[in-house]
Design a protein around this ligand. Structure first.
Ligand code: ADP
Ligand code: MG
Length: 499
């Protein structure tokens, strides 16, 4: 071989070696990055861990806080609000009633016709629309004019068939934010949650605001009840099944209510009700306990929310937030590695990943995770490798498993407080023995997260059985109540006007 040929050959060898060296370096680097990502996942998973022992601590804390919230005003982060609802629907109600429901994401209007027999509940017309986002930080005038005009349109569509002229339409206003009631038909807003920020409305009577807007339009509608969404769900539960004593909502936000003995509501002595009990709106979204498995991502989410230091439980279990917890974990991973590719900056946008997408990814059962790929593509991330898509599914699973398990602990806490957990309760002076323990107890559940996210529902129900044990679980029935809060509120108007 000539000198030139030797020089070429050795140059080629050097080049091949350096290409190989670059490839090895790249592989080592990419392995190191993947290890970092796996460590972030592991740390997150450990932070979210909610084994049975921890759930039991949450159960106890919930029961204790309920007790404290009933004992004195401001005695707990749980407000335990009086609703003045004591006669729940029983199936004998008659007539036509309306409900307007302002949720965290949707507003709904519906009409029900009741024939006086439990079996005759005719939900005749339901409208559901997303709440235009500009309303969430507008003014009370803009908000209520919008609601009144929506109702006006709904009623115009009826013609005269549903309401002979001159008859006032009785309406329930289902309002899913904390209200301090003075009676069933009026109450003032305590604070906004779920991203709403119309500060001038805090302290105003919500039913009066709506009635004013309806009157200004000359509508023959009477706001007969102001109903928390959970109370609506409880009402529908009772209408169908008198053993319903608890209702929980998992939608944009989360909350629970239950039927309490008036003598246990110590902060309000001398409450007289025919039934000896009253529905208490717990506002459980604000529950807090040091036993809750909280991670750095939860802390950041809270600090950057419109209501920091508020609604800590809700921020771990409700639809508005689950997607954003997942997003925060992905963001951290993409900051520390490039596994999501160059477009991963999309994850720095708050709330860009919705909980609907979390459930769609989590429940993607295609072998190649095509649904995950589609959602990522819609976010501007194409060609994300399969192993990264699997990682996404895992993050969704960790977030939702924790949410479902904590939700179950919350429900078990209520059952413990009222002596339906098989233990005997913690509050009453009376003995709560076998009889209470064995009673059938129905928990009505509604909300978009619960109704549409199967894995959330399964984690919750599985953990509830784990906490209560197989035997007691046989007596606890969890019942889905589709549109329960709106329909039930209309039923509640019927029962309150007829009692
Ligand atoms: P609102 O809270 O306005 O009363 P919903 O009870 O219908 O309304 O809850 C809507 C919320 O439920 C959505 O914002 C979302 O967080 C959650 N949700 C709805 N559908 C799904 C789904 N398929 N998967 C996961 N979460 C969902
Ligand atoms: Mg709702």
């Amino acid at each position: 071989m000539g000198k030139v040929a030797v020089a070429f050959a050795s140059a080629a060898v050097v080049a091949a070696c350096s290409v190989a060296a670059v490839m090895v370096r790249r592989r080592v680097k990419s392995r190191r990055k993947w290890r970092t990502v796996v460590e972030i996942l592991k740390e997150f998973e450990e932070g979210c861990d909610a084994p049975l022992g921890r759930l039991r601590q949450v159960v106890d804390a919930m029961a204790v806080e309920m007790h404290a919230g009933l004992a004195s005003e401001g005695g707990s982060k749980l407000k335990m609000l009086l609703t003045y609802v004591h006669d729940l629907p029983n199936g004998t109600e008659k007539g036509t009633y309306y409900a307007l429901h302002l949720g965290g994401t949707y507003f709904r209007i519906l009409r029900v016709h009741l024939g006086g027999e439990r079996s005759y509940l005719d939900v005749q017309d339901v409208e559901r629309h997303p709440i235009p986002s500009h309303l969430m930080n507008s003014t009370s005038e803009v908000l209520f004019n919008f609601l009144a005009s929506s109702l006006e349109r709904f009623i115009q569509k009826e013609g005269n068939e549903s309401n002979s002229q001159g008859v006032i339409r009785e309406l329930a206003f289902t309002f899913s934010f904390p209200v301090k009631h003075t009676c069933i038909s009026s109450g003032v807003l305590i604070k906004w949650t779920k991203g709403f920020e119309i500060s001038e409305m805090v302290g105003k009577d919500i039913a009066e605001c709506l009635q004013g807007a309806l009157n200004r339009r000359g509508l023959d509608i009477h706001v007969a009840a102001l109903v928390n969404d959970t109370v609506g769900a409880l009402s529908l539960g009772c209408y169908h099944d008198p053993d319903t004593v608890v209702a929980v909502v998992f939608g944009t936000g989360s909350n629970a209510c239950y039927l309490e003995r008036t003598d246990a509501i110590i902060k309000c002595q001398g409450l007289l009700t025919t039934s000896g009990s009253m529905v208490v709106n717990m506002e459980w979204g604000n529950f807090w306990s040091s036993h809750l498995p909280r991670t750095a991502y939860d802390i950041d989410l809270d600090a950057e929310s419109s209501n920091p230091n508020d609604m800590g439980f809700e921020k771990m279990i409700a639809g508005l937030y689950l997607g954003d917890i997942v997003r925060r974990v992905i963001l951290r991973m993409s900051q520390e590695s490039d596994i999501f590719g160059p477009s991963s900056s999309v994850f720095s946008q708050p709330y860009v990943l919705r909980t609907n997408s979390v459930s769609a990814m989590h429940e993607d059962d295609t072998p190649e995770l095509q649904e995950v790929a589609r959602i990522l593509r819609d976010l501007g991330l194409s060609d994300v490798p399969l192993k990264v898509r699997k990682l996404m599914v895992k993050i969704c699973d960790v977030v939702t498993r924790r949410a479902g398990r904590l939700a179950a602990a919350g429900i078990a806490g209520i059952l413990k407080k009222i002596g339906r957990d098989g233990g005997g309760g913690i509050t009453s002076g009376r003995s709560r023995g076998e009889m209470q323990m064995q009673r059938r107890t129905v928990v009505g559940v509604e909300g978009g997260l619960y109704m549409n996210y199967t894995m959330f529902r399964e984690y919750m129900e599985e953990a509830l059985v784990e906490i209560l044990g197989e035997e007691v679980s046989q007596y606890v029935v969890v019942k889905a109540m589709e549109d329960g809060s709106s329909i039930g509120s209309a039923l509640l108007v019927a029962s309150s006007l007829q009692s």
